[in-house]
Design a protein around this ligand. Structure first.
Ligand SMILES: Cc1cc2nc3c(=O)[nH]c(=O)nc-3n(C[C@H](O)[C@H](O)[C@H](O)COP(=O)(O)OP(=O)(O)OC[C@H]3O[C@@H](n4cnc5c(N)ncnc54)[C@H](O)[C@@H]3O)c2cc1C
Length: 812
């Protein structure tokens, strides 16, 4: 047995994901990489996976990662001499309802946007590819020819061989029993055979990743779930190279294996496992099969594949797998501990993901930052509530149960709610709010009036809240609207060095006089946008930072890791201390002046400034900014006074037509005004120059800031993509993002966000047009179409905001 070294550069714990990370980290030029496995390689979830390898996801970069898996699996056998069982069989997905068919067509367009071939087939064409099925209820199918299947254990072994050849040491039967953390950094691991000090610890421990994370004080929010599939004896006449097939309306999937079938499914009543921790010694182990739960799949499957009725059953396999609350895996450096990386929670697509996720994680470890925008899977998308395993499990169970539901836009999860509520929750509830959830917070999406159904009714067409959101939108444009934005994440950065530290982190100039509000991005060294937020200077040494609800962990982590270690700065989360009421619209000043004796004129509080005013006995920070393109204020209120301020403002607003409004109206309003949304329109892969935000960078000052060199280079040399706005006149077209953009008939990008603008009365989308040396002339000289659910529709391009491009209303 190999004796563990006393030092390594990286210690990686885990199965196929860990092996892939080691394989790729060695190719990043790292040496002294050690993989530790508590038992034998693949003894976790990997050995019993079914081995389907699908690629398409709703994120371009995650689809790209899965595409890398396919590329790798194609060549791994030749490279290592170890058979992997990889077969590019293609993947088929069936639709048995019109809504499902629409979903498939939307997915096909997403695939086209991301550069994957995906065809829509007739039932007959699907039958030709999968002759063993019956198609009476099938109305169409989608076909992804580059999908495939692989043998999980053999593929892992091939990765292990490839890693060893590149110098990686793999040690089996060597459980990690502790993680060393010194001054907030992981510095080593403890095993029964001694301590290994190291520069990076990589936790790819599958369903044990939560336990391993706990050893370092790191939260890895995943839950183990039972997952069953059936393996048949060979079925006479079954073609050898059947594509993998997913039949979501029957909740089942299929793969051909040695002349028989593997058939599994996702039941509406999934079963969590190991609530109190994984039992000792659970390696190469399975759970008891539960026929009662699997019967529903059997019934569905026999109707699809009649031969299953008589096929011999080799095994009904029940294996545990780790799932996450949102169905995306967990990747990246933990916000709690530096140099502690996680790659876990693979939601039954860990084999499909291993190649690409391992590569991305290896590059993250080697480069100290994600190699591209991986926000969808970034460990920092979680927050406070995800520290509670019961909350995580509740959401995860619901996610598994809905795995094969039609993916309608705007669907909210229902489990684990309500959890975090604003002090105004009861008032909004009484006013008819229909809530959504973000990072555990209940947030009003829209308000139903008497006679309107008080719930979202999902569909692909005009949603049932369309008129309500139009009403709230119009109120905001024509009179005033009040939004509860209390879930905003809020931080203080304080200290003698706060100004210089923040001015390095922020692209805009925050060294302004107290009372100034600065909209800014925070950039990485490549100029990519890591955060998009406002900074309000309260006094010489205090800055108040406000950012989106979902970015609380991410933005705090980004700021904290860029504050100077030797400076006098502190970052304090004050989210819970302040409720936020956003009062917006042409009558906002009339309303505000009716509830305060303080001067709220343009002279007293010009745009982009902040003053403390008194409302209902409370000191309220009135921050003059907007995300909807109207005159207005964010009113930051001590939480204990939120109710009194709300009552005063709503009473004063009544004669002015003030309406309560929700997040769906905000989205419609901001699309019209062209305000960018971080995580869709802007992110680490996009720079301010590409996103039309160069005006918010202090390049004309002599103050240096992170990303400045990259921004200046782009300003001088030009860019290869630029964010543009599109509208579609056809009232039947709904845009949701990821629709393909065509210019003069040529594919040149995809939408990053989409929705409906109720002032302009059109569908609106934003997306990057990609072309080397792109400029306004190139953009405005083209003729544009968008592919929406595989159909091309004419679109108009706009380079100015659709509403109030001169900002007259905002500055009003
Ligand atoms: C029934 C079933 C079917 C599936 N089908 C598919 C499919 O068709 N396609 C697909 O892509 N995915 C599928 N999956 C999912 C896939 O199996 C997993 O996502 C994948 O195997 C996860 O790999 P991993 O490396 O993260 O975890 P694991 O394979 O579980 O590896 C983690 C390893 O870490 C080791 N470990 C844990 N703690 C320690 C410690 N303290 N010290 C040292 N070592 C430790 C464990 O022993 C284990 O070997 C399926 C899963 C199940 C259950």
């Amino acid at each position: 047995m190999t004796t563990p070294p006393t030092h390594a550069r990286a210690v990686i714990v885990g199965g196929i994901i860990g092996l892939s990370t080691a394989y790729h980290l060695a190719r990043e030029g790292w040496s002294e990489i050690v993989v530790l496995e508590a038992n034998k390689l693949t003894s976790g979830s990997t050995w019993h996976a079914a081995g389907l390898v699908g690629q398409l996801r709703n994120s371009a970069n995650i689809t790209r990662l899965l595409g890398h898996s396919v590329e790798l699996y194609k060549r791994l056998e030749e490279e290592t001499g170890q058979a992997t069982g990889w077969r590019q069989t293609g993947g088929l997905r069936l639709a048995c309802t019109q809504d499902r068919f629409t979903e498939l067509k939307r997915q096909a367009t997403v695939a086209h946007s991301f550069g994957l071939d995906m065809d829509i087939l007739s039932p007959r064409e699907a039958l030709d590819l999968w002759p063993a099925m019956q198609i009476d209820d099938v109305i169409g199918a989608a076909w992804l020819p580059s999908d495939g299947q692989t043998n999980p254990s053999d593929t892992s072994m091939a990765l292990a061989i490839g890693a060893r050849r590149a110098g990686v040491t793999i040690i089996e039967d060597c459980p990690v029993t502790g993680i060393r953390v010194e001054k907030g950094r992981a510095t080593g691991v403890t095993t029964a055979q001694g301590v290994i000090t190291c520069e990076a610890v990589v936790n790819c421990a599958g369903q044990w990743a939560r336990e391993l994370g706990n050893m370092a004080g790191v939260n890895v929010p995943l839950a183990s779930m039972e997952h069953q599939y059936l393996v048949t004896e060979p079925i006479p006449g079954l073609p050898k190279d059947l594509p993998t097939m997913r039949d979501p309306d029957r909740r089942t999937y299929y793969k051909e294996e040695v002349g028989g079938l593997v058939m599994g499914g996702y039941e509406p009543n999934p079963e969590p496992w190991a609530r109190d921790g994984i039992p000792e010694g659970f390696h190469f182990a399975l759970l008891n099969s539960v026929w009662e739960r699997f019967e529903q799949h059997m019934e569905n499957a026999v109707a699809r594949v009649p031969a299953l009725e008589t096929a011999g059953v080799k095994q009904l396999l029940n294996g545990p797998e780790s799932f996450t609350p949102d169905g995306w895996f967990i990747l990246g450096e933990a916000p709690e501990v530096r140099n502690f990386y996680v790659g876990a929670g693979f939601n039954a697509f860990g084999i499909a993901s291993a190649g690409g996720a391992g590569k991305a994680l290896a590059e993250w470890v080697a480069g100290g930052e994600p190699p591209m925008d991986l926000w969808a899977v970034d460990i920092r998308r979680f927050g406070q509530p995800h520290g509670d395993p019961a909350f995580v499990r509740t959401l995860t169970v619901e996610g598994c149960a809905r795995h094969y539901d039609v993916a309608y836009p705007h669907v909210e999860h229902e489990a684990g709610r309500p959890l975090r509520v604003s002090p105004l929750y009861d008032r909004l509830d009484r006013a008819g709010a229909v809530f959504g959830a973000k990072l555990g917070w209940e947030r009003a999406n829209w308000f139903a009036r008497d006679g309107e159904a008080r719930s979202d009714e999902p569909n692909f067409g005009r949603p049932n809240w369309f008129d309500a959101v139009a009403r709230e939108h119009r109120a905001c444009r024509e009179s005033a609207a009040l939004f509860d934005a209390s879930s905003f994440a809020k931080f203080l950065v304080t200290g003698r060095d706060a100004e210089s530290a923040l001015n390095w982190i922020c692209a805009n100039n925050v060294a302004r006089e107290p009372g100034r509000v600065i909209y800014t991005q925070m950039l990485n060294a490549k100029g990519g946008i890591e955060c998009d937020l406002t900074v309000t200077r309260l006094d010489e040494e205090t800055f108040y930072i406000v950012t989106g609800t979902g970015f609380a962990t991410h933005d705090a982590d980004w700021i904290a890791r860029h504050l100077p270690a030797d400076g006098d700065t502190r970052l304090i989360d004050v989210t819970a201390a302040h409720a936020v009421l956003t009062l917006m619209g042409p009558r906002a000043r009339d309303i505000l002046s009716a509830v305060t004796q303080d001067d709220v004129s343009n002279a007293a509080i010009p745009f982009a400034t902040c003053r403390t005013i008194r409302i209902a006995g409370a000191p309220v920070r009135a921050v003059r900014v907007t995300y909807v393109g109207e005159l207005g204020w964010e009113l930051h209120v001590p939480s204990d006074s939120a109710g009194a301020v709300f009552d005063a403002v709503t009473a004063a607003g009544e004669p002015h037509g003030l309406a309560l409004a929700g997040y769906r109206a905000i989205e419609s309003l901001r699309l019209e005004k062209g305000y960018r949304a971080w995580s869709s329109d802007i992110g680490p892969d996009h720079t301010p120059v590409e996103a039309g935000l160069a005006w918010a960078c202090k390049t004309r000052s002599n103050i240096d800031f992170q990303g400045r060199t990259a921004v200046e280079k782009q300003l001088a040399d030009g860019v290869a993509k630029q964010l543009a706005c599109f509208t579609v006149d056809d009232p039947d077209v709904q845009l949701h993002g990821r629709e393909t953009i065509f210019r003069n008939g040529e594919q040149i990008g995809w939408l990053t966000s989409g929705g409906h603008g109720h002032t302009v009365g059109k569908a609106i989308g934003y997306g990057y047009v990609r072309h080397s040396g792109i400029d306004r002339d190139y953009l405005s000289s083209g003729s544009y179409e968008l592919e929406v659910a595989t159909v091309r529709v004419p679109a108009d391009l706009h380079l100015e905001a659709l509403v109030d491009p001169a900002n007259l209303r905002v500055k009003g």
